[in-house]
Each structure stands twice: as C-alpha cells, then as structure tokens.
Write a new protein. Structure first.
Length: 548
C-alpha cells in the first residue's frame, strides 16, 4: 500500500535533490481551471506539492544526459477520493512535461538559473538555483498521451488542462488548444487516448498520465494499453503517472497491479484513514473524510457526506472506495457463501467408494490442500489442509510439511477407489511426478489451472452445481472460508452465450485470506464431471468393485 506521509521539510528536498524549480514554475505559469478562483495562479496544495516533488526527485548520483534513470521513481501512482484535485494536479504536471523543467539538467555550481526568456516565454519568471541543486530542462520534442478508458474520463484532465493554458501565461507558448489534441513547440503534442481510440499506441511517448486505472482491467483491454505505453516510455526515457480512486480488489486492475508490485522505483501516494473507523457509522465516516481529504481545501465535506450516504444505501463498497479511499471489494465475490454453507452435510465418504481428488497449493506462503469427491453422490470432504499460521511474523520461515502431504495422498488411494486426482503442478512438480509413478499417470493427472478457458469453464460448472440436489460438503471450516474468500477476476473470454468468463483469485497478492481449498474443490468437482461423462460409475457397478 502507498505512503500517505507528507513531509515538505524532508532532507532531500532541502538539499535540492529534486527539481524544486518545477512547483515554482507551475505557480507562475498554470492557473486555476474553474470555480470562483478561475484564472488565478494555481498554487499546489500540500499533497499536490509532495507528489510533484517526489515525481521529480533526482538520484544523488544522477549525471547530466540521463532521462528517466536520473529520477528516483520511474513512475507514480496517486490514489485519492473523488473531488480531491487529481485532475488539476495532472493538468499542471502535463504543462511541466510539455514546456517546463521536466528533465534533469545537471547539478548547479552557482549562478545558474531557469530564465523563461531562454524558452520563448515572456512572463518574466526567473528561478536561481542554489549550489548543488538539481537543475531542470525541457524535453526537446515532448509527446504526451492523456489516457483513460473512456472520453468522459480523459475529459476530467483535458477540461482542466485547456483553461490552465488558455487563461494564463502559457497561452503565449501554446496559442491553440484543440478539442482533440494540443500542438506544442518544436513539433511536440498532447494527445488523448481511450479504449476505443488506440491508433496512437506504440508511439515513443515522453509522458503518459493514466487516469482511473482502477477501471483498467482485462475485459476493457486497458491492461494491454498500459503495458504498450510503458514500452513506449522506456524507449524514450519517459515516465508515467497513474491517478485513480481506490480500486476494487476483485477486478485485477492496473491500479491493483501497481499497488501490489514489488518494484521499489514506483512512487505511491495513498492516504488511508485509521483501520478501526467504521465507514458505515456517520460520525466515524466524517472522521475518515477529514483524513483522506486533508489538504483539499476546495472540498465541501458536507456535500461529500451527502453523496457518500446516498451511495452507501445501495453499494457500500463503492461508497467506501470513492469517498473513504479504502481498498474494499464490491460485488465481486466468486461464490454465494450462504448458498455454499447451506450445502453442508455431516459425515464422510465410506471406504472403497469411487472418488475423485483435487490438489492445489503452495509451499511457503499460501495454503495446500486435498479435497475428495464421491462421484455418485457429489459429496466433498477435506482430506488435508496445510496453511501458514496467521500469527507468524511476516519474516518467519514456514513450509508445508511435504511428508505429511505424501502420507495423506497414500491414505486417500488406500481408503477409496480413486478414478482421477487432478493436481495443479506449480511448486509441486516433483511430488506430482512421484505420485504419477506410484499410482499411475492415468490416475494422477497434471491439471494446470493457468489454462484460462479450461479453468473458467470448471469454475462456472462448480458455481452452477451449487444446489442440494447435486452437491454437498462436510462443512469443513477451512473449506467454507476459502470458498468465501474467492474473488471473481473478469476475463475477456466469452462462453457460448457471449457472456464473459471469469477466474478466481485472492483479494490481493499479499492477502492472508486464502482460497487454495476452493481451487481443490473445483478441481475435484471437474474430475467428477469427467468421470460421469466417461460412464465410470456404471462401469464400477457392473464390475462390482463398489456397491452403491
């Protein structure tokens, strides 16, 4: 999760290890785009100033001539609630990247200055650098792509950007701001890119503001857009910045991927309220708004409360994400937990019964399990589960006891007549190979869950069959919990009816809410379906191997 601390007295700022000229340049060149202060100098709020200074933070060992590698952060992510001022902030940074001091121009020795007269601007702005301070310079030919899923979203930035230019000193440098693009000096330009207008993708861009990346998911095709733009940026030494509301952890969006990425060269700003505050309680909700809107003085918190309270009635998750800035799931649970709980039936599977088995797991951080399904009755039982204890410190070593898993597999094959055991091999390839050698590769089968369409159909079947006449389970608490934890991940694949298929995943890569037993149950259920399709129960009846 991102850092919410604003420290404008940080040592690296005082030492000039950032382009301090940039916010001063913004104040002299950009104007407030709307409202009662329209046309007045745009003075960044504390959070806007903090994000700007971090975006242009320079590595102490940077050398003249470096582009993106001169900066501490390759790209940025800002997660803030509705109306917090993301669009005008982005508009101001677009101006810097277009005609302002956006690149590292070396370290000042003393006497150097940014003088607007040297850049064709007659506003009279001069900024004198202190010795040892990072100096700024302009892109020779900037190519900027304001990007969002829809035109309405790109308008959020573009409608703030145009008056910022037209109503202030920048009009002298940029005399015409068009409806679809803005031409910059030296053949540079600012374009707009959406999901339906991607013809400009692949260009060698210098700066890409990506808006509302919490909506950039796989079905929208925007994940590929983000990846393509980043490749273009890398070729030019350019950089990107995401701005978004808090994302839904069930969507697998670009925002979620960025927030959970291990990369250290991404600046993340995501102010979070105290965890103990309950968004459903009005008095506590108001305290949450005070925290997440801190520094956004233009926001009327009474109006925010009214909007949030109305949305809260029908979609609590959306209200908490949009106005509380918290990462909470929307209507994205993969399975109806109450329906699944209702299928619990006490009892196990009698020895000798024809069964199928599902195996999935990890070795260190997640859970590993084995679920057995009675082919004829559709009753599922948990034969084994190994899960990292929640009370272990994050840095404490823990590993699934492989010998115990082996012993449990041996027990399953001795206890029941196993038709197929479907195993997801990652991390367990050696064990799966041993089980194949011991019990036969016609009974132990590597069933890769990353076969997306095949897996999606198995998930759909499991969900569809959740009814008492077809399915039951032993009520194992871990199984029920894992099924309830599973989050639906939309895909761009469609079934025969044209509906989008989906996968399952955890709320986030680092979530402690495991889903591995749910996957075991799905694999075991898929194997049961294959056994029935193969006529296996009838064969067993005829052979008298099992008496039903």
């Amino acid at each position: 999760m991102g850092n919410s601390t604003v420290d404008l007295d940080a040592e690296w700022i005082r030492k000039g290890q950032t382009l301090r000229v940039a916010p001063f340049w913004v104040e002299r060149h950009c104007v407030v785009p709307d409202g009662f202060d329209k046309g007045q100098p745009f003075v960044p709020s504390d959070w806007q100033l903090w994000c700007l200074l971090n975006a242009y933070r320079v590595k102490p060992n940077a050398t003249f001539g470096q582009l993106a590698p001169a900066f501490v952060y390759r790209r940025s992510q800002i997660i803030l609630p509705q109306k917090a001022g993301k669009a005008p902030y982005t508009g101001a940074r677009v101006c810097v990247e277009g005609v302002g001091p956006a690149l590292f121009g070396g370290w000042a020795e003393g006497g150097e200055a940014w003088d607007c007269r040297d850049h064709g601007c007659g506003c009279g702005f001069v900024y004198e650098y202190a010795p040892g301070e990072a100096m700024g310079m302009r892109w020779p030919t900037p190519l900027i792509q304001i990007t969002a899923f829809s035109e309405e979203q790109t308008d959020n930035i573009y409608d703030a950007l145009r008056p910022m230019i037209d109503k202030g000193p920048l009009h002298e440098l940029i005399p015409k701001t068009g409806e679809e693009f803005i031409r910059l000096p030296n053949d540079g330009r600012i374009d707009v890119v959406t999901s339906s207008a991607r013809s400009r993708l692949g260009q060698r861009v210098t700066y890409v503001p990506q808006d509302e990346t919490g909506l950039w998911d796989e079905p929208s095709g925007m994940i590929k857009v983000a990846e393509t733009q980043r490749r273009g940026l890398s070729g030019m030494g350019g950089r990107a910045e995401e701005t978004t509301n808090a994302y839904d952890p069930g969507q697998g969006s670009v925002a979620q991927r960025t927030a959970e990425a291990a990369a250290k060269d991404i600046f993340r700003f995501h102010p979070l309220p105290p965890e103990e505050l309950d968004y459903a309680v009005k008095a506590e909700r108001e305290k949450i708004h005070e925290v997440v809107y801190l520094g956004s003085k233009w926001v009327d918190l009474d109006a925010i409360e009214a909007e949030a309270a109305e949305i809260l009635e029908n979609d609590p998750g959306q209200a908490e994400r949009f106005y509380g800035n918290r990462i909470v799931a929307g209507e994205a649970k993969a399975f109806d937990l109450e329906t699944y709980k209702s299928l619990a039936v006490s009892g196990t599977i009698e020895p000798g019964r024809l069964v199928t088995v599902g195996f999935d797991g990890s070795l260190y951080n997640d859970a590993t399990g084995l679920v057995v399904t009675d082919v004829e009755t559709g009753h599922q039982v948990v034969a084994g589960v190994w899960e990292r204890p929640r009370d272990l410190p994050p840095d404490a070593e823990w590993m699934v006891p492989v010998d115990e898993v082996d012993d449990t597999v041996d027990f399953i094959f001795k206890q029941w007549d196993v038709w197929r055991m479907y195993c997801d091999p990652p991390y367990w390839q050696e064990a799966v190979d041993r089980w194949m050698g011991k019990f036969g590769d016609d009974r132990v089968v590597a069933w890769w869950t990353n076969q997306r369409k095949k897996m999606a159909f198995a998930l759909r079947e499991f969900k569809t069959d959740m009814r008492s006449s077809v399915m039951s389970h032993d009520g194992n608490e871990d199984l029920v919990r894992h099924v309830g934890n599973a989050i639906r991940r939309p895909t761009n694949m469609r079934d025969d009816d044209g509906k989008f298929l989906w996968m399952i995943g955890k709320e986030g890569a680092k979530s402690v809410n495991k889903i591995d037993l749910a996957m075991c149950a799905v694999l075991s259920w898929r194997a049961r379906g294959d056994a029935i399709a193969d006529g296996e129960p009838k064969k067993k009846r005829k052979g008298r191997l099992i008496t039903f």
